[in-house]
Design a protein around this ligand. Structure first.
Ligand code: B12
Length: 498
């Protein structure tokens, strides 16, 4: 584990992805940075990952990390509050090493490289996948080779901003096992179902065209995956070296190739890995394509939870966002899943452009139906956020969205800051969403059991008392006198997040 005080040439920084009331939530394995660091680490470069979320002393660690002549500082970002944290890290580094190249990577910087480069705290953007590009970039910086020769980057110099040739996607099967020793794995495991779980990724991209999703922009609807053999090898290593017995999949769509999915699950069973699998993202229409044999295999392989993106219970809205799915398919998929010991987590969005209160009411009715019909089913409602580069972003701009023009402005661009940003929905709908956001967390059976394990019993009891109010509000779409939302917001326990 690289938590020694050894000085390094490259530091990769994982800024905290959340702030405020959400900051208490658990840390997440910095997969993006692990993937980016691994090829260089294997070639003997001295590289360190500093995770703000995991390390209260991150500033001190950052100040002390570098050798006297470091190569670069890298930072990852998603659109939202993580950007502010990223800038904070860059400022610390710039102060000590004013000439050290600062490299931004990750989803936000890849979607808007030129705009990101307008910040004085960014010199180079790695656009898209980091593995091969960052390796080539580090070597160019080290040897002084012109940056125009490095594929897949955007950089600035005295003459302006330049974008180099696009780099092809990496072959996931050719990537070595991740250099997990660069972080303290004990901090990232999650205890679920009596086992230690870790995030795991076996494929990238998705072939569908949902207009709210960043995936078609970043991955060009090209799905790439590790072969079953590689997936099993990587899992076995995590089991053997770190005692992991559970895998939380971060794949955008694990089941695009059903044959590959089947072979992975089949090998898990045949190799007697005795693992749990959770968070598998699956479409409702994929569930309908599975036969009994496939379901039984899923269960035998240890699948406990699947996440199903429903988005809306209204067909007009589903068609608008190009989900290529029908409400009927969702209902049938739920009925099919009922006979298996697998928890489906249905993910809904509210506040999509042009969505009306009646259409939101259809979503709520569908969520109620799914959780009523399948006692294991769980639902979550999130407020829609238009991410840059997506098709629906353009619709929102058309409907009045003030597009952020600077990196800093994107940091407030978060689904929790809806009162400021949601010009794309009418005031009546905005009020409804704001008023229902909190009570909707209580919809469904047993939902007053609060999500955080260490929740104080007083909070649990207050939540139980509040349950009838929540139920009434959701059932009647009645958001008058939203005292609870206002109180929680005033106390900083809910709502706005910077
Ligand atoms: C795990 C995860 C999280 C974790 C945190 C991850 C982390 N980095 O710490 C948690 C749970 C905290 C989280 C939170 C959120 N997330 Co999230 N999350 C993911 C998820 C499922 C996996 C990310 C991952 O590990 N991918 C695998 C790695 C290998 O891919 P990658 O990140 O793209 O990294 C590659 C390149 O981008 C590049 N790269 C990345 N960083 C860097 C840095 C450098 C220096 C270089 C050179 C290269 C480089 O190289 C990497 C390897 O090729 C993705 C979906 C997905 N499949 O990617 C969503 C996703 C990233 N999340 C998303 C969102 C919206 C959120 C939330 C807002 C959701 C919410 N409603 O709360 C929050 C808040 C985040 C915020 N903005 O503040 C969106 C981001 C959209 C956007 N425009 O930014 C995604 C894409 C999901 C989606 N389809 O909408 N998330």
């Amino acid at each position: 584990m690289n938590t020694t005080n050894k000085k390094v040439d490259i530091v990769l920084f994982n800024p905290a992805p959340r702030s405020g009331w959400q900051a208490q939530r658990r840390v997440e394995l910095p997969l993006s940075l692990l993937c980016t660091a691994t090829p260089l680490d294997r070639q003997g470069y001295h590289i360190k990952i500093i995770d703000e979320f995991d390390n209260p002393n991150w500033k001190r660690e950052l100040r002390d990390a570098f050798t006297e002549k470091p190569i670069c500082f890298g930072v990852t970002t998603m659109t939202g509050p993580q950007i502010l944290h990223a800038l904070e890290g860059c400022k610390v580094v710039r102060k000590i090493f004013p000439d050290l190249p600062i490299v931004w990577g990750g989803i936000h910087a890849s979607l808007l490289p030129e705009q990101t480069l307008e910040s004085p705290y960014c010199d180079i953007v790695v656009v898209g996948e980091g593995e091969a590009t960052f390796e080539a970039l580090v070597k160019a910086l080290e040897s002084g080779t012109p940056l125009v020769d490095v594929k897949g980057i955007c950089f600035k110099d005295n003459e302006g901003i330049h974008r180099t040739e696009t780099r092809p996607f990496v072959n996931l099967d050719e990537q070595p096992p991740l250099s997990y020793h660069l972080i303290d794995m004990n901090h990232y495991k999650r205890r679920l179902f009596g086992r230690d779980h870790i995030s795991f990724n076996s494929s990238r991209g998705c072939t569908y065209r949902c207009s709210f999703c960043w995936d078609p922009v970043m991955h060009k609807r090209r799905w790439r995956a590790m072969s079953p053999g590689t997936v099993i090898d990587h899992m076995k290593r995590l089991i053997k070296d770190y005692g992991m017995r559970g895998f939380l999949f971060t794949d955008d769509h694990f089941f695009i190739d059903m044959d590959r999915a089947y072979r992975i699950l089949d090998t898990v069973v045949r190799s007697d890995l005795k693992i749990s699998i959770s968070k598998l993202q699956i479409r409702a229409d994929t569930i309908l394509k599975m036969d009994r044999d496939f379901f039984e295999l899923l269960v035998k392989a240890g699948t406990k939870r699947v996440s199903v993106g429903v988005e809306s219970g209204n067909q007009r809205v589903l068609d608008l966002i190009k989900k290529d799915l029908s409400v009927e398919e969702v209902i049938k998929a739920n009925q099919k899943l009922m006979s298996y010991p697998i928890v489906p987590v249905y993910l809904f969005m509210m506040g999509l452009p042009t969505e009306t209160p009646e259409e939101l009411s259809d979503s709520i009715a569908l969520a109620v139906r799914l959780t009523d019909e399948n006692p294991k089913a769980v639902k979550t409602f999130n407020i829609f956020t238009p991410y840059p580069g997506t098709k629906i972003f353009e619709t929102c701009v058309h409907l009045g969205l003030n597009e952020p023009r600077r990196l800093e402005e994107w940091s407030h661009f978060n689904f929790r800051n809806i009162p400021q940003q949601s010009q794309w929905i009418r005031p009546k709908m905005k009020k409804l969403i704001e008023g229902l956001d909190f009570p909707l967390m209580f919809l469904g059976k047993g939902h007053f059991v609060t999500p955080y394990k260490k929740t104080h019993p007083l909070v649990v009891n207050l939540a139980k008392l509040y349950y009838p109010v929540a139920k009434y509000r959701v059932k009647h779409l009645d958001t008058r006198f939203p005292v609870e939302t206002r109180l929680l917001k005033t106390l900083g326990l809910f709502g706005r997040q910077d």
